[in-house]
Design a binder for this molecule. Sequence first.
Ligand SMILES: [Zn+2]
Length: 245
Amino acid sequence: MSDFVHFTFHQDFNVFLDKTNRNKTYQYLFEENSTVKDSIEVQGVPHTEVEWVLVNKQSVNFSYRLQNEDNVEVFPYHAKLQIPCIVRPPLSSLDFMVDFNVRKITKYLRMLGFRTVTDEGVPDEEIAAIAERENKIVLTRDIGLLKRKNVTYGYFLRSEEVEKQIVEIVKRYNLLPQIAPFSICLTCNGGIERVAKENILEELPILIREEYDEFFQCNACQKVYWKGSHFDNMRKVIDTLQEQN
Ligand SMILES: [Zn+2]
């Protein structure tokens, strides 16, 4: 007789699961020596989406080996649950790596003050290696990339619309209290600081020179910023996020 466990995926996993396994507890046949991580990923859910795994009501690691008739419950991140996550080490910093398929979010994340790089279309293998080496959070719509062993931190963007994607990221990583407009250069990811108008006067278009008094400059590429239309757009994004919170 084959061994089986009872499996339940709670909350927000439906996008990955077979329709027949959504929102319910079901029997899952497993091969001898399967880890709980393998059994989760075989069913479509990348390990990066999982925050807690309970087996018979006890929190376990991904390396746990399934036993006959175990009761397995899988949970995604949930802001209101303050249970320690033991399936991966805590994040030490918020450093994003944006996959090519969602590259438009790069500018928005920088606008909000988060260091973000885009992969520029390099192979998955390389993205995973960079993410591992530099402790980056991978943001993507590629489930296969998130299933890679060396991608520890990552998130699958549910929406295909940039603005909705930003809202998802802000919620998932609780970014709202850390938003810092005009701290990251939109072009090169460098740091931005206030700069005196007289120091950059030469670089300003004549109309800007007359209309604005407050300026910022990137300390890496020297690009100058002022609170023009891009600032208004960003303000709108932030306001929407705050309203939804
Ligand atoms: Zn720059």
